[in-house]
Design a protein around this ligand. Structure first.
Ligand SMILES: Cc1cc2nc3c(=O)[nH]c(=O)nc-3n(C[C@H](O)[C@H](O)[C@H](O)COP(=O)(O)OP(=O)(O)OC[C@H]3O[C@@H](n4cnc5c(N)ncnc54)[C@H](O)[C@@H]3O)c2cc1C
Length: 390
C-alpha cells in the first residue's frame, strides 16, 4: 500500500515513526575485524537501541497496555517495521527476547513471570536465548531428551542443547524440557525460564564460516530451576512452545535484506543505468515488499491467537531465496572488493557477511524442506508425510 492509500490515522503514525527513526538512528557498529568482538559490539548496540526505543515511547508497540505496551495492532507494527527497514535498523540479538519470549510470556506466563521479565525486556536490560534444539532433536523437536526432574522447590535440569543463538551473551533462556520422564513425544514437556548464569550451565561457542560464533552448545549439569519458572501449565509445554515458534516465523518477514542499503550500493557504484542491474534491483524490491505483506498476515494471525498459516512457511522460503539472490547481486556489484572483510570492504563487510550467512536462513526456524511439507499438508491439503516413529 502506498502512503497515499493509507487511512489517515495510519499515515499520521507513519510520519511520526519516520521522523523519530530519522532523528534517533542508532550509532554505526564499529567494523571490528575480529568477528567475536563484532558480535559483542552488536549485543551492546542492541541493548542501547532497545533502551532508546523505550525512552522514545516506541518499545512494546503491540504489547497490551496493562503490561507496559502501546496496544497497537499489526498494521502499525508493519508500518514501524517498514520504516525501520528504510533506515536499515535491525538488531538480531533482540529477536529472541522481544520477538519470541515476550509474546510467549504475554500469552501463557504467570503475572509473576510477566512482572519479573517484561519491563526489563522493554528497557533493553536483558538478552535471551532459545534453548529448544538438541543434537538429536531439530526438525523433529518432539524427540527432545533434556529432562527436568521435580524437587521440593522446583526442578533439576540435565541435558544438551545446540545451535543456541547468542547464548554466550544471554541473561536468560527459554528452555524446552521433558518434565515427565514417563511420557513420549509431545506430552510431558514444559517451558522453563532459566538464568543463564546458574551453576551447572556450560556454554560452548560453535565457530561458523563467517568467523562468528553466533550459536553455541549449552550443557545442563544438575541445574536448579525454581518452581515458579514454568511458563504455562506443567506438561503443556508443547502448546506454549508453539507460540514461541509461531513468533519466530513471524519475525522473518520485516527483515527483508534491507533494500535501502542495496539501493545505496547500486548508486555508489554508479550502476543504476545498467538495465540488468535495474531488473535485479526491482526483483529485490518486489520480494522485499512481498515479505513485508506476508509478515503482516502472519503477525495478524498470531495476534488473533491462531496457529501460523501456510503464509508463514511461504514467507520463510521466500526469505531464504531473497537473501541468497540479494547478497549474490550485491557482491557482483562490488566486484573483487567483495572478497574483503570488515573495515577494508564496502559497507564494512556487511554484504560478504550476509552472503556467508545466507545458508543459515534455509535451516533456522524450520528448514526449507519442513516448510514445504507444511505448505503441502496445511495449505494444499495433501496427505501427511509418513512418520517412521508412528
Ligand atoms: C542460524 C541458526 C540459528 C539457530 N538458532 C537456534 C536457537 O537459538 N535455538 C534453537 O533451539 N535452535 C536454533 N537453531 C536450530 C534450528 O532450529 C535447527 O537447526 C533446525 O530446526 C533443523 O534441525 P537440525 O539442525 O537438527 O537438522 P535435522 O532436523 O537433522 O535436518 C537435517 C536435514 O534433514 C532434513 N529433514 C529433516 N526432517 C525432514 C522431514 N521430515 N522431511 C524432509 N526433510 C527433512 C532437513 O530439512 C535438513 O535438511 C538455529 C539454526 C540456525 C541455522
Amino acid at each position: 500500500m502506498s502512503d497515499r492509500q493509507e487511512p489517515a490515522a495510519l499515515s499520521a503514525f507513519r510520519v511520526r515513526a519516520r521522523a523519530w527513526l530519522e532523528a534517533h538512528r542508532p550509532p554505526e557498529i564499529a567494523a571490528e575485524a575480529d568477528p567475536i568482538a563484532r558480535e559483542a559490539a552488536d549485543v551492546a548496540a542492541s541493548r542501547a537501541w532497545q533502551r532508546s526505543l523505550y525512552e522514545g515511547g516506541w518499545a512494546g508497540r503491540s504489547w497490551p497496555v496493562e503490561l507496559g505496551g502501546a496496544g497497537l495492532g499489526p498494521a502499525e507494527e508493519m508500518v514501524f517495521a517498514t520504516e525501520a527497514a528504510r533506515v536499515a535498523i535491525r538488531f538480531a540479538p533482540l529477536d529472541v527476547g522481544i520477538g519470541m519470549v515476550a509474546p510467549t510470556l504475554i500469552a501463557h506466563g504467570s503475572r509473576k513471570l510477566q512482572r519479573l521479565h517484561l519491563p526489563a525486556l522493554l528497557r533493553g536490560e536483558t538478552i535471551w536465548c532459545q534453548l529448544f534444539s538438541e543434537p538429536g532433536a531439530g526438525s523433529d523437536l518432539a524427540g527432545l531428551t533434556t529432562g527436568a526432574v521435580p524437587t521440593a522447590s522446583g526442578w533439576i535440569v540435565n541435558g544438551h542443547k545446540v545451535w543456541t543463538s547468542h547464548a554466550r551473551h544471554a541473561d536468560y533462556g527459554i528452555l524446552l524440557a521433558r518434565t515427565d520422564a514417563a511420557t513420549r513425544r509431545h506430552q510431558g514437556i514444559s517451558v522453563l525460564v532459566v538464568d543463564m548464569r546458574a551453576p551447572g550451565i556450560t556454554v560452548r561457542p560453535l565457530r561458523q564460516m563467517t568467523g562468528e560464533a553466533h550459536f553455541n552448545e549449552v550443557l545442563f549439569d544438575d541445574v536448579a530451576v525454581g518452581a515458579e519458572s514454568v511458563i504455562g501449565p506443567v506438561g503443556d509445554g508443547w502448546r506454549v512452545a508453539r507460540t514461541t515458534l509461531a513468533s519466530e516465523r513471524g519475525l522473518v518477514g520485516p527483515v527483508a535484506g534491507g533494500f535501502a542499503a542495496l539501493r545505496q550500493l547500486v548508486l555508489s557504484v554508479n550502476r543504476h543505468h545498467d538495465p540488468v542491474v535495474r531488473q535485479r534491483a526491482a526483483t529485490a524490491y518486489t520480494d522485499e515488499s512481498l515479505l513485508r505483506w506476508l509478515g503482516a498476515r502472519a503477525q495478524a494471525r498470531v495476534e488473533r491467537g491462531l496457529e501460523p498459516g501456510p503464509e508463514s512457511s511461504v514467507m520463510k522460503l521466500l526469505l531464504a531465496r531473497h537473501t541468497k539472490r540479494t547478497t549474490e547481486f550485491a557482491l557482483s556489484l562490488t566486484g573483487a572488493e567483495g572478497m574483503l572483510a570488515a573495515a577494508d570492504a564496502t559497507d564494512g563487510g556487511f554484504w560478504l557477511q550476509a552472503f556467508l550467512s545466507h545458508p543459515a536462513i534455509r535451516i533456522a526456524g524450520g528448514s526449507d524442506e519442513i516448510q514445504r511439507s507444511l505448505i503441502g499438508e496445511r495449505g494444499l491439503g495433501l496427505p501427511r508425510e509418513p512418520q517412521a516413529g508412528r
